[in-house]
Design a protein around this ligand. Sequence first.
Ligand SMILES: Nc1nc2c(ncn2[C@@H]2O[C@H](COP(=O)(O)O[C@H]3[C@@H](O)[C@H](n4cnc5c(=O)[nH]c(N)nc54)O[C@@H]3COP(=O)(O)O)[C@@H](O)[C@H]2O)c(=O)[nH]1
Length: 519
Amino acid sequence: MDRTRIVVIAALLALAGVALPLATAVHLAQQRAVAAEQRYLQQLARKALDRAQQSFADARSVLREMQATPLTPCSDAHVRLMRALTLRNRNTDDIGFFNGDQLACTSAGAAEPGITRSKDDFVTADGIGVSLDLAPQASPGIVMVGMALGHYKLLIHPVRFADVLAEPEIDLAIALSDGRLLGSLHEPLPEGVRRLLQTGKTDQTLLYALERDEHLIAVAAEPRSRVLTPLRREMRWLLPLGALMAALIVAVVAWGLRRRLSPLGELKMAVARREFVVHYQPLIELATGRCIGAEALVRWRRPDGSMVRPDLFIPLAEDSGLVLPITDQVIAEVVREMRAALVSDRDLHIAINLSAQDIRSGRVLAVLAQALQGSGIAPQQIWLEATERGFMDADAARATINRARAAGHAVAIDDFGTGYSSLSYLQGFALDALKIDKSFIDTIGAETVTSSVTPHIIDMAQALGLQVVAEGVETQAQADYLRERGVQFAQGWLFAKALPAAEFLAFARSRQAKTQAGT
Ligand SMILES: Nc1nc2c(ncn2[C@@H]2O[C@H](COP(=O)(O)O[C@H]3[C@@H](O)[C@H](n4cnc5c(=O)[nH]c(N)nc54)O[C@@H]3COP(=O)(O)O)[C@@H](O)[C@H]2O)c(=O)[nH]1
């Protein structure tokens, strides 16, 4: 994935990371505010139902007391008792005694003649007859609820059934289970609440709670706009929390982006995606001009097709330990690309660069053995190169070199002369070849201080029985000089740069053809 795509994805993630917690905070605040209001309405509805049940219970006990009195109906004492009970009981507004269906007297005294008893709308399980919407002749314009037992009927003002302390915007109402209104806190009752009592449903503008018992339904309702107050309260703490979460997500995204776009992050991804390719720099036998093999040189091919030179990422790969999987990928590529050529030409070899860590751990040998298994490539056809840095841990290096050679590989010391090791130090290691660094080859023919070192390195290497490879040969004069001094092999731009597999194989074939033709 290229940098632009990564940045775009990170920006989208950051945007989502801001939007999501903020939207969640608002949504949560809304839910909590609605739930809080709902709970409050539920409490009010419960209280209203309790209040209505209390009204019924009080009425029932007054009626029973009157039923039980031995006083002569409508006598002074009887009327006094009815008045006393009316005054004492705040759920009773008037009591009447009926002779047959004619009202004989009330708590106010003898009744006007001709007032007949109205019919009950329903009878409770304990025999109390309830009549709604009574219009007593004694108090015109007022609608009352009547409750009757035997000869007695008492009147209750409807507001007593829902007489609960609540804010003015809240509507409280009590109805019979069939929806007929018994009483409400405010008059007139809004249409939405009336519909709610009758159908159990209403529009979205109301927030409400219902409570029921066997006979009654209590409703508490308020306009949905009232939620704004608790909503603001919830937002005061949830929004900062959402903002904090958003900031955290943005910080994590920014951190991830920095990591991902850091050179190490990019290299890790490259390893995971196996973005490494191998080029092959031909190795020439100076005496014959024949191509006897190649050095495998890794390149990092970025998703946009650009190639990154190894000296730009190998040091980071070595510092981070990523060089180990990179070596593994180089081995796999060499086997995949060179298998056929190596099997058909047993004189051909490929040299693979090992890092200091590969040499120290020695695990690369198992990886190599497994890659070669069944490939038909002879271990002798794979040379291993290590720089002087790989020899710092002498015991580990010695063990790895010995195991590599025992497996059949030739081992060369690379970039010789650039480190601190001397030829005598190298005597302690069983090596096959020494590659003289380009910086020494560059001095050939030039009158520099280090010019005299190059023939000395060649002589000492030969004395130690090592094959000598000259690196970075760029001129024919250098090649001639090296051949005259007995250096067997050379590589460098004089012959060819590092080439992709197919080009290298074509180069090797044409070189073979030329040497066979004797040119
Ligand atoms: N651990 C591993 N290290 C590796 C691997 N592949 C490469 N490397 C190391 O990276 C360094 C740079 O390599 P590269 O850019 O490929 O350069 C090589 C040649 O292209 C260059 N060269 C060869 N001939 C000439 C020449 O005539 N002139 C000139 N200016 N440059 C030339 O030299 C590099 C080869 O170096 P060496 O390995 O020392 O033979 C380099 O240190 C590589 O070792 C890998 O797979 N693993």
